[in-house]
Write a protein that binds this ligand. Structure first.
Ligand code: TYD
Length: 224
């Protein structure tokens, strides 16, 4: 009886994994060209008629987008404690994961997510072990060990990134932070890339179409 149960659960696990979707995140400091590359891969995947979902963090659902408004608000009166900010990001992630990501993965969707866990680690926790520990403790309760199958990290120096941002109109509150803040975020990303094989770091200064081709190849390879 015990054996039967064992094989039955193994069979179930294999079957569940078979129809399982794929989760791909895009990361990079502001001004890395992330949005442009997501647009290009979107065109490609939609043209190839894949079952694909495009979403972002913080946000992705109605409730999570409300939390996003609060987190990214430019209102000078809002001054969140570091841990409060992490809790809000995780609250938004919980909504997003439970209501959108998890069901989509279960029904075999390819999900392209503009930012995910690595953003929180790089933006909120880089260089701060106490915050990192805090993040992991809470995150585990919400999404357990869930992580992307592939993460595209667009790497760029903060100086070049700021040059790009200054050409833009809509800036959010992070865009106004200084170079040392972005250097620290970049360092955080690079450390994550070193320790996680799911993260593919690409040079964001490459020509936009060459970069798009590289990203396409990585994704096609993963979907094979
Ligand atoms: P971004 O995704 O670049 O969108 P847009 O270019 O449309 O403004 O901006 C979202 C901001 O949120 C970005 O500055 C990084 C920040 N962020 C964090 O600080 N931590 C997180 O965990 C996430 C998901 C985002």
């Amino acid at each position: 009886k015990k054996y039967l149960l064992h094989w039955a659960s193994l069979f179930l696990a294999v079957m569940q994994n078979k129809g399982r979707g794929t989760f791909i995140s895009f990361e990079g400091i502001d001004g890395s060209g992330k949005s442009t590359q997501i647009e290009l891969i979107k065109k490609y995947l939609l043209k190839n008629k894949k079952k694909v979902l495009f979403t972002r963090e913080p946000g992705g659902t109605f409730e999570a987008e409300l939390i996003r408004k609060l987190i990214l608000s430019k209102n000078k009166k809002i001054n969140l404690d570091n841990k409060t900010e992490i809790l809000l990001l995780l609250a938004a992630r919980h909504e997003h994961y439970k209501k959108l990501i998890e069901p989509a993965i279960r029904n075999g969707t390819i999900i392209i997510c503009d930012r995910f866990i690595d953003s929180t680690l790089a933006y909120q926790c880089a260089g701060n072990n106490e915050l990192k520990k805090f993040y992991f403790q809470i995150s585990k309760l919400l999404i357990n060990k869930f992580e992307p199958d592939l993460t595209i990290l667009l790497d760029i120096s903060p100086i070049k990134a700021l040059e790009r941002i200054n050409e833009r109109k809509n800036k959010n509150k992070y865009d106004n932070k200084n170079l040392s803040f972005f250097s620290n975020v970049r360092k955080g990303y690079n450390e994550l890339a070193k320790n996680n094989s799911r993260i593919q770091k690409l040079n964001a200064l490459n020509d936009k179409n060459i970069l798009a081709e590289k990203i396409r190849k990585l994704i096609i390879n993963l979907l094979k």
